[in-house]
Design a binder for this molecule. Structure first.
Ligand code: HEM
Length: 515
C-alpha cells in the first residue's frame, strides 16, 4: 500500500534534486544501465509472476502450516529469481540472488526505501532515533554506533567480555549434568556482557536482572504480526510498551546522573562503556545527544545487537557441537593461540583471551560465518520501492516492479544458491578459506547475512584478517572434546530446527546435554 505523504515529500525532493544534479545523474544512469541488470525505467513491462494461492488469504495458510522459508524456497524453484507473494491485500516481490538484487541493495533511498519498512521498529526503539528520524540524522546516529565499535574501544571490552563468560559458566555450569537450554544460556551470558559493556559496572552489579527481563519483554519473539501490524493492541504489544516505558525511566535516570555529576559514576565505572560514549557523542552541528536520544540509542544497540548475537552464537554452538571435527579445530586453535601469547609475553602467568587473540581465531571466525550463512538472523531483508523499476533475470526475462511495492531479499534462499556455494546445505567453514572464498568469488551481493550495499551491517567489519588459515590443523584429523553435546544427529534436524512455525519468523535450537 502506498504511503501518500511520504511519496509527496519524495516527489518534491526528487524535483529539486533533478534540477540540481541532472547532468551527474545522466552519466550515472548511463553507467548503471551498462553495468547492472536493474534500471530505473518508465513502467512498460508485465509484472513478476505471482504465486498461485487462496484468493484473499494468499500465502498465509501455507506460511502458518509450513513455514515462511519453505514457501519462499518452493516459489523460487517454481517461479525463478523474481516473484510476488500476496496475502490480505499486501503484495511482496522477492528478488533472489545477486543477478537481480543490485537495485535492491544499492539504489538511493528515494528509489528504494529502508526507512519506510523499518518504521515498525519505532514502538520498540522509540521516538527521535533510528527509523523515526530522517535519513541524514539516522546516518549521524549510526556514526555514534560505529564509534562505540572502534578497535580501541573493543580492545578494552574484550577482556571484560571474556571475564563475564568465564564467571557465568564457572558459577552456573560448574556442577551441571544433564540437559541445558542452550539458547537461554547464551542469551543470559550475552545480556551480562551487554549490561557490563553498554551500561557500566554499576548497572551490571545492581540492576542486571530487572534490565534483562525488561529487554526480553521488549524484544520478545519476532512474529509476522508485529512486522505488519506493530500497533495492534495484542497482549505482547502491551507488554512491549510497558517494558519500553520502564527502560526509558531507568536509562534516562542513569544518563541524567552521569551528566549532572561525576558522583553519578560509581566505583568501577570507567570511561569506556558505550553509555558514556553515546553521552559524549556530538552531531555535526555541534549539538549533543539528549537523554531521550541516549535511551533510544541504547535500546537500538541492544535491539540490533542482542537478538543477532544470541541467534548467531546459538547456531554456531549447535553447528560446532554437531560437527565435532570443527569444534575440535576451533578449540585447538584457541589453545595454540593462547600458548603463543604466553611465549610472546615470556610470561608463565595464565594466558587470557584478549582482543588480539580473538582477532586471530580464523577457524572460529569461518565457523561463525558459515553458521550465519545457513542460519541468517533474519529470513529476509525488506524495502519499499518508491519508484517503479524494471528488473531483468539471468535468462533475459524482464519485469516491471510497481511503485509502492514491498520488496524482499530472502537470505534463507540467497545463501543456499548452487551457483555460488558448493554443496550449499553442508556446514563447511572451509568454503571461506583462502583459495576458495566462495563468497568473494560470487561478488559483493553473494553473502547477504550482514546485508549488503548501502545498508550493510556495521558489525560485519568486525572480522578477521584473512591470511592466517594456512597454519590451522586439518579438521579431519581431530576428534571432538567431551563435555557437551547436541541431541539427535545429522544435518537434517538442524535444518528442521530453524523453520519458524505458527507465524514465528524462525526458531533457534535449544537443548544441549552437558556430561
Ligand atoms: C552477528 C551479528 C549481526 C548480524 C548477523 C547483523 C545483520 C545485519 C543485517 C542483515 C543488516 C542489513 C539490514 C538491511 O539491509 O535491512 C544489518 C544492518 C545493520 N546493523 Fe547489523 N547485524 C549484527 C550485529 C549488529 C550490531 C552488534 C550492531 C550494533 C552496532 C549492528 C548495527 C547495524 C546497523 C547500524 C545496520 C545498518 C542499518 C541501516 O543502514 O539502516 N548490527 N545488520
Amino acid at each position: 500500500m502506498e504511503d501518500h505523504q511520504t511519496t509527496t515529500i519524495a516527489h518534491t525532493w526528487l524535483a529539486v534534486m533533478a534540477i540540481a544534479v541532472l547532468p551527474i545523474a545522466s552519466v550515472l544512469i548511463l553507467t548503471a544501465t551498462k553495468m547492472g541488470r536493474t534500471v530505473v525505467a518508465p513502467p512498460k513491462r508485465k509484472g513478476p509472476p505471482v504465486a498461485e494461492c487462496a484468493p484473499l488469504l494468499g500465502v498465509l495458510p501455507a506460511i502458518l502450516t509450513r513455514s515462511l522459508q519453505d514457501v519462499m524456497r518452493d516459489q523460487y524453484s517454481k517461479l525463478g529469481s523474481v516473484f510476488t507473494l500476496s496475502s490480505l491485500g499486501v503484495k511482496v516481490t522477492f528478488l533472489v540472488g545477486p543477478e537481480v538484487s543490485a537495485h535492491f541493495f544499492h539504489a538511493a533511498e528515494s528509489d528504494v526505501s529502508i526507512g519506510d519498512v523499518y518504521k515498525v521498529t519505532v514502538p520498540i526503539i522509540g521516538k527521535g532515533v533510528g527509523y523515526d528520524v530522517d535519513h541524514d540524522t539516522r546516518n549521524e546516529q549510526h556514526r555514534f554506533f560505529a564509534d562505540t565499535l572502534r578497535p580501541a574501544k573493543l580492545r578494552s571490552h574484550a577482556r571484560l567480555m571474556a571475564g563475564e563468560v568465564e564467571e557465568y559458566f564457572a558459577a552456573k555450569w560448574g556442577a551441571v549434568r544433564g540437559t541445558v537450554d542452550l539458547k537461554q544460556e547464551v542469551e543470559n551470558v550475552l545480556l551480562q556482557i551487554a549490561s557490563r559493556c553498554l551500561l557500566g559496572k554499576k548497572v551490571r552489579d545492581h540492576m542486571h536482572d530487572e534490565v534483562s527481563s525488561l529487554l526480553r519483554e521488549l524484544i520478545g519473539d519476532l512474529h509476522l504480526v508485529s512486522l505488519f501490524f506493530p500497533y495492534l493492541p495484542t497482549p505482547a504489544h502491551r507488554r512491549r510498551d510497558r517494558a519500553r516505558a520502564r527502560l526509558e525511566e531507568i536509562f534516562s535516570g542513569i544518563a541524567r546522573l552521569r551528566r549532572s555529576s561525576s558522583a553519578g559514576r560509581g566505583a568501577g565505572d570507567d570511561d569506556h562503556d558505550m553509555l558514556q560514549s553515546l553521552l559524549d557523542s556530538r552531531y555535526r552541528d555541534g549539538g549533543g545527544t539528549t537523554e531521550a536520544e541516549v535511551t533510544g540509542l541504547l535500546v537500538a544497540l541492544l535491539f540490533t545487537g542482542h537478538h543477532t548475537s544470541t541467534t548467531v552464537t546459538t547456531w554456531t554452538a549447535a553447528r560446532l557441537l554437531r560437527h565435532a571435527e570443527w569444534l575440535h579445530a576451533a578449540t585447538e586453535e584457541q589453545r595454540r593461540l593462547l600458548l603463543l601469547q604466553r611465549n610472546d609475553q615470556n610470561d608463565d602467568a595464565a594466558a587470557v583471551i584478549d582482543y588480539d587473540v580473538l582477532l586471530r581465531m580464523d577457524v572460529l571466525h569461518r565457523s561463525v560465518k558459515e553458521a550465519l550463512r545457513l542460519h541468517p538472523v533474519t529470513p529476509m531483508i525488506l524495502r519499499r520501492a518508491r519508484r517503479a523499476f524494471t528488473v531483468r533475470t539471468e535468462d533475459g526475462a524482464e519485469y516491471e516492479v510497481r511503485e509502492g511495492r514491498m520488496l524482499a531479499s530472502p537470505l534463507v534462499v540467497n545463501n543456499l544458491l548452487q551457483g555460488i556455494y558448493r554443496d550449499p546445505d553442508v556446514f563447511d567453514p572451509d568454503r571461506f578459506a583462502a583459495g576458495r572464498e566462495e563468497d568473494r568469488v560470487g561478488g559483493d551481493l553473494a553473502y547477504t547475512s550482514f546485508g549488503a550495499g548501502k545498508h550493510a551491517c556495521m558489525a560485519r567489519g568486525l572480522r578477521l584478517p584473512a591470511d592466517q588459515s594456512d597454519t590451522e590443523p586439518s579438521p579431519q584429523e581431530l576428534r571432538a572434546p567431551a563435555g557437551i553435546s547436541l541431541p539427535g544427529d545429522g544435518e537434517h534436524d538442524l535444518h528442521e530446527a530453524q523453520r519458524g512455525s505458527h507465524g514465528k519468523l524462525q526458531e533457534t535450537p535449544s537443548a544441549a546435554v552437558v556430561h
